[in-house]
Each structure stands twice: as C-alpha cells, then as structure tokens.
Write a new protein. Structure first.
Length: 428
C-alpha cells in the first residue's frame, strides 16, 4: 500500500523558465539527489499525485498556476513534503505569505553560486525534519498516561473501548477499529469499532483484501500516491486518509485501523509513528488482560474446589456425629428391649403364659399389660449386643431374642446341690 522511501532523497523542481529548471537539476543531481524537473505546473501537480518526493523547489510567479496553489496541492497530497520557494520578487508580502503557507525556506533568484542553492535545499530539509521531530515529541507525550491506563484495565470489553477512545482522541479521527486474524490472508475478525466500518467483507473489498496481507504499517490517502482502486473505495466510504498497523501477538495477529473523514487533513509521518506505538501498547494490554482473565478463572476454580472439599468435610463430620448419637441411644434401648423379652417369656413357675399368675400380677402392678409386653417383645428383633454376648459365652441365642442357660452349667449346679444334701428348713 505505502511506497517505500527511496535510497536517495527525491526533489521536484518547478519553474516556468527552462534555463532555471535545467540549472537546478544539474546542480542537485551532482550532489546526489534524484531530481525531476517541470516547466508546466499542472504536469508537476499530477506527478505529485502519483509519486512521493522529499522536497518541492517551486517558483512563485508562473503564468498558468500560481506557485502557492501548487504548494497547497502538494501539502494536501503529501503532508510531510518539504517546500522551498524561489522567487525573483523578494518582497515582504511574498515572504509573509510564504511563511503563512508553511514553507520551509525562501531562495531569491538568480542565485550567484551553486553552493547557495545547495545550502538552501539542505536547510529546508533540515527544518522540515526538525518540525517532524517536534511534532513527534508532541504526539508521544500523551502516550505515557494512556499506556498506564490501558495496563490498569483488565476487563477486555472496557479495555477495547479505552483503546479506541485513545486512537480517536490522539489521532483526531472519527473512525477506529480493532481486528484480529489468525494468519496472513485470512478473514479479519472485528472485535470493536468506532464509526462506520472501514470496509465490508474482506473478499469484496480492495482495502480489506490488502489489509489481511499487511506485514508493515500502511498509510493511504484518498488523494496522492497510492492504489487507485483503494483510493476510489475510500472516497466512496467518505474517508480522506487511513492508517493500518499490524501487530503480531501470541497465537495470531492483530490489526488496528484509524481513519479520517473527507474534509480532514491527511495523516502525517508523526501520526504513523504514534499509531505504531499505541497499537503495540494496545496489543500488549489486551494480552495482559487475557492472562489476567485466565488467572482469575483459575483462582475461581481453586476456590470452588476448596469450598467443595470443605462441604464434604462438614458432611463427613455430621455423619460421624449422627452415628455416635445413634450408638449412644441404641445401647439403653437395647437393654430395655432385652428386659422386655425376658419379662415377657412364658414361665410355668410364675404361671405366666398369657394367663394369670404372679408374672401377670407383677406386670399389672407395674402398670403394664403382660400380653402387650409379650407381643411387643416377640415382635422386636433380638439385640445385637445380646447375640454377641451369647456367642462369646458359647451359647446359642434364643429365636425370641433371650439367651438359653448353658446346659453344662446347669448340670454342675445340680450335682453340687445333691452333694450338699437337703437344706434345713428354717423355723417360723
């Protein structure tokens, strides 16, 4: 898109006198400049539109077109062009008008020596460079504050809005956009934009197709040197000057766009340099926001895992507490259950078999229904503690839940009774 700078500085000489143009051409070429000379102003203006120059050496008074009109055209199509005016009428009015037009030097003719011309040309180029440097410093100063603000923002959507606001504010342009593309030649993905989009579908747009293949910053003006098809598309879209800056990022490439509307002045070299720095800072800030978002997501997942582990520990502790309480409650209930089974068993000596006798009387005295107790005892399962105790003593648990006495122990007890003989009866 943008033409590369030539190895030698190029100068366009315009004077309606052929002798002057020929003399200037010879002197400047001898000093190493690339010189193009014209005697017709309109042809010189056409050449300025087609080709880039470093300096314009122009006469003021010409029959067809005034020299200041040529200067105005040159500054419109090539804003960074240095201008050296030569005139045979060195009046104060001419000098004042030349200064107001933004020229970089004034040379009276006829000049006596070639050194006088060379000194004026070098001085004009130096003054123009100094002006560019001053403009560059002036435009770079605000970048310090905007860079700090961008790196302080970690939310991607707000960061994109901050980047576009900075581009539009610092470059004095109503249109700006931030694109991403994974590889050169692929379709541009518009992440955010201000104003109308710079172009439609990339495959149907000259500007879009060229933008996807960019490897270096590009400046295109609707008027002046450039691709006619791209310039025609710019005019249809109401654009006077556009800037593209591609920036390589991890995992792909980003492309920043800035555009000035018709009626505004064209971008200058200082604008290009400032936009390059701003674009690199913007992409770095976007990468910083992406990494911060990943870190934030990782911390969130860790916190969720910790919460889940803490909840599991709480549930486990509650389970252990419930089991302990159940065990403490089950032990006395098991004892009551065993007592109910013992009291509810049929014992002929007590005369309790669901009928009358001391056993029933005992339950009655306790306020209990013997039959109900028997039914309750028979319907409840025997206790685990009782079964375990029976197994430890070598006895088999009774199906009703009450342990049977050990037969061997009963026989030993009977033998001791017989050996002892009958017990003496106690007198009244």
């Amino acid at each position: 898109m943008a033409a590369n700078l030539m190895d030698r500085l190029s100068i366009l000489v315009l004077d309606d006198e052929p002798g002057i143009t020929l003399l200037c051409k010879r002197i400047l070429e001898r000093d190493g400049f690339d010189v193009t000379a014209f005697t017709e102003p309109r042809k010189a203006m056409d050449e300025l539109t087609r080709r880039r120059f470093d300096l314009l050496l122009v006469d003021i008074r010409m029959p067809e077109v005034d020299g200041f009109d040529v200067i105005s055209h040159a500054q419109r199509v090539q804003p960074d062009l240095a201008v050296l005016v030569m005139t045979g009428f060195g009046t104060v009015e001419t000098a004042i008008r030349a200064l107001r037009s933004g020229v970089d030097g004034l040379l009276l003719k006829p000049f006596q020596q070639s050194a006088e011309l060379m000194k004026a040309v070098r001085q004009a180029l130096t003054d123009k460079q100094n002006k560019r440097d001053a403009a560059r410093i002036q435009t770079l100063r605000p970048l310090f504050s905007i860079t700090e603000a961008m790196f302080s923002e970690t939310e991607p959507r707000r960061l994109l809005d901050l980047i576009l606001t900075a581009v539009c504010g610092h470059l004095d342009c109503p249109r700006a956009a931030y694109f991403q593309l994974d590889a050169p030649g692929e379709t541009l993905n518009l992440l955010a934009g201000r104003g109308d989009p710079p172009f439609g579908a990339a495959d149907a747009s000259v500007l879009g197709a060229q933008a996807t293949r960019l490897e270096a910053p590009a400046l295109v003006n609707a008027e002046g040197p450039g691709d006619p098809a791209a310039q025609s598309e710019m005019k249809q879209g109401g654009l006077a000057s556009i800037l593209f800056v591609p920036v390589t990022r991890p995992g792909g490439r980003s492309l920043l766009f800035a555009g000035r509307a018709s009626g505004q002045s064209s971008f200058r070299e200082a604008d290009v340099e400032m936009f390059q720095i701003l674009a690199r800072q913007a992409v770095a800030a976007m990468e910083n926001a992406r990494l911060y978002a990943e870190l934030r997501d990782y911390v969130r997942r860790v916190e969720e895992s910790q919460q889940a582990l803490l909840q599991a520990e709480k549930m486990a502790a509650a389970g252990r507490l419930t089991a302990s309480i159940a065990h403490e409650i089950n032990n006395p209930l098991q004892g009551v259950q065993n007592c109910i089974h013992l009291a509810g068993r049929a014992d002929p000596k007590l005369g309790f078999a669901g009928g009358r006798g001391p056993g029933r009387t005992a339950f009655a005295c306790a306020g209990l229904d013997g039959e109900a107790v028997g039914r309750a005892g028979d319907s409840r399962p025997h206790g685990i503690a009782g079964a375990a105790s029976a197994r430890e003593g070598g006895r088999q648990p009774d199906p009703a839940g009450v342990h049977q006495p050990d037969p061997e122990r009963v026989r030993r007890h009977a033998r001791r009774r017989r050996a002892a003989g009958p017990r003496p009866r106690r007198e009244g």
